[in-house]
Design a protein around this ligand. Sequence first.
Ligand code: AMP
Ligand code: MG
Length: 508
Amino acid sequence: MTAADTARQADAGADALALETPEAGLPEQFYAPAEPTPVPAPHVLHLNRPLAEHLGLDPARLARPDGVAVLAGNRIPSSVRPVALAYAGHQFGAFAPRLGDGRAVLLGERVDRDGVRRDIQLKGAGRTPFSGMGDGRAELFPVLGEYLASEGMAGLGIPTTRSLAMLTTGETVSRGEHHTGAVLTRVARSHVRVGTFEYFARNGDPASVQVLADHVIARHDPELRDSDRPYRDLLAAVARRTGELIANWMLVGFVHGVLNTDNISVAGETLDYGPFAWMDAYHPSACFSAVDVYGRYAFDQQPRIGSWNLCRFAETLLPLLGADADLEAAKTAAYDALAEYDSAFDRVWQAGLRRKIGLAEETAQAGDTDLAGRLLNAMAEQGADFTLTFRRLAAVSGDDPAHDDPVRRLFADPEAFDVWARDWRARLAREGRDDAARRAAMCAVNPAYVLRKHHVYAVYKAVLDGDTGDLDRLWRVLREPYADHPDMAAWAQPPAAAERVRWTFCGT
Ligand code: AMP
Ligand code: MG
């Protein structure tokens, strides 16, 4: 190849990912310049072509060596100066003053076809000024988990960061043992977290908190610019988004697993898939993180911990909430705004529960959520699979128990289901809705497919053996989790006893 060819290739690589400067407009205290560290042998395991197109990127060019070089961090589009963002955070309740992007580099931004500005970040791109003793790298297993989980979450219709591409690097990373190194291209509405606010607030820098708040308002809540109390309204908006998000997770049996304040996005997206899980058998105290010994982030603790995290956010805004440093007025405004969290959570959770058991919103009755709650209790006692119970409930008749077997046999003692189903059918009878309509409505909110942990392991093993067929099939099914896909039924199966995954770890 001549020098001219090399230069042309470099330009083509830049074009394939023409980006705007990351977090445009934020002053320099919010980040540190951070170039990705090149990797020896980038290889694309999966490219999210529909997402690339949505971002206005050409997937064919991304898949070519020059595009791959950009996704690997080996070539930086000439238009951008990559950065690592600064943030702090409460981890398991303890404040860590300096976290920041230690293994991720924010490459740039792109306005998508909906006009939404998206960050494009390389996770696992090498050391940054925030890496501490870490190597800045990511291993394949958690990258694969995040890749599939984020796309599965998006398929469920729940706000989340997305995954554009997943590469192996040709390097191993050492975590005691050696593992395959990988880079994930993460796409997010924002990488600003509650922890970003804490970084400045706890450092006694309210001026930067205000700049950051104005930046978040401009990017996510531009209508608040005209408010006479924009910071109170920003707190309320983030509280509302977070309450809705956590309720939506719980309605699909999702446990985030590490709800530290640095993992709470101000944009209301699911952020950081570490020890996450969609439950198989339902249990309210399900907890999958090996380090979470007290179950701080267990399934049923999520509403509480969401509220706790938002209190930390509110604290950072207090200097902006009360005129003339009036702390009492600031606190009153904060409590008032934080109330949005509870009401958003309750609204989404209760309406969602009703829909899950086939009750229409317009005919809501007192006792509906109790009825759903009693089903959950029976499921917990009888070890019933969360996803399959609701999905199969959609398929049974609304007035005839003769063919209940597919759902009742999910319960260790099927009679526990029968008892509940009698009340359920009595309630359905008062609903007066056509049974086919009820079934269709239930299938639209009760997925057949969620990403199950044992499937991540199975796909991981296949990928290590050089076979990405199952990876692609699972990814496709997770994009349309409310459809039946009869040829993909294996991906709906809960684990056999020997396949059950108990613990997982952080560490994308
Ligand atoms: P997380 O567990 O993803 O929420 O990360 C917590 C903090 O540890 C963040 O500041 C990360 O950037 C940092 N971190 C995690 N793994 C590494 C690594 N391999 N190298 C450098 N920093 C890391
Ligand atoms: Mg994190």
